[in-house]
Design a protein around this ligand. Structure first.
Ligand code: B1M
Length: 227
């Protein structure tokens, strides 16, 4: 089987919600030399997109979404060590402190967990508050641990506005400059991030780490300038 066929096999395993096949195919893909990031983007997320579209059109139902989520999680366990080792070269102790959460009303956590895991592997201290987290709880934790970055994940168009509310609430509290705010999730675009006044977004976990590094550098430069 060539590399394109292996990626297709992963995509189909995710579409079928077949966790055993997803694990097997992810392992074969790694062995054949496909980079872990490509397995994530071109295999797992590509399969999730198809399932999402079939769910929208009424061809698939909630059980299929659940099986798809399970298959992605299972395959992630196979590729995660490689994803992390790809980042290890640039690892720095105490790269920054991140408070991470899926915002209130939203329970999608697969992408957030991958982002959290990649940030940790890159030397960030991550406080992952889980899913369906009220924005006030996120801000309180960020204040408590003196976070550099608040990272919010949301996959529902109905939960994304809570990320705007978080930015607005920080402003109302006079705390907007205290933290960098990073947002993400399948429907989050750079335009959305800019519109709500966040400091940036990333389409995947590897770019999320790069963004987090940039934001911490900016924050430290700003703090140095203010001193
Ligand atoms: Co749901 N779901 N779901 N779902 N689900 C979507 C999101 C949907 C797009 C499917 C669709 O209809 N096309 C749709 C949302 C539509 C919309 O609002 N526009 C949807 C819906 C409607 C729902 C329910 C409402 C269904 C229902 O009950 N009727 C319900 C909502 C529950 C709730 O949250 N209150 C629901 C439930 C579920 C399950 C629980 C069954 C399951 C989630 C399991 C879990 O997370 N533990 C599920 C799944 C699996 C999906 C899809 C198919 C796949 C999501 C996923 O895990 N992708 C999804 C379709 C899709 O996304 N195309 C869909 C893989 C993951 C690796 O990608 O999360 O995008 P992603 O994360 C990426 C990047 O986005 C980025 O990096 C990650 C890794 O590379 N990233 C960040 C993520 N967070 C970041 C944060 C950052 C930076 C980058 O900075 C802080």
């Amino acid at each position: 089987m060539n590399q394109q066929e292996l990626l297709e096999k992963i995509k189909e395993a995710v579409m079928d919600g077949d966790d055993d096949l997803a694990v097997e195919a992810a392992g074969q893909a790694l062995q054949s030399g496909i980079p872990a990031l490509s397995i994530l983007n071109d295999g797992l997320m590509a399969g999730a997109d198809v399932v999402g579209k079939k769910f929208e059109t009424g061809e698939y139902f909630l059980p299929q979404l659940m099986l798809t989520g399970r298959a992605i999680k299972a395959a992630m366990a196979v590729i995660e060590p490689d994803l992390k080792s790809g980042l290890a070269g640039a690892q720095a102790a105490e790269a920054g402190v991140v408070v991470l959460a899926t915002v209130q009303t939203d329970i999608h956590d697969i992408g957030k967990n991958i982002v959290g895991s990649m940030l940790t592997a890159s030397g960030f201290v991550v406080f992952d508050l889980g899913v369906d987290v009220p924005i006030k709880t996120i801000i309180a934790k960020a204040q408590e641990v003196k976070a550099d970055i608040i990272g919010c994940s949301a996959l529902l168009t109905t939960s994304m506005p809570f990320m705007r509310d978080l930015v607005d609430l920080l402003g109302a509290m006079g705390q907007r400059q205290a933290f960098k705010v990073m947002v993400g999730g399948a429907s989050v675009t750079p335009e959305f991030s800019e519109r709500i006044g966040a400091d940036g977004t990333a389409p995947n976990a590897v770019q999320a780490v790069q963004l987090a590094r940039r934001l911490v550098s900016q924050r430290r430069a700003e703090a140095g300038g203010a001193a």
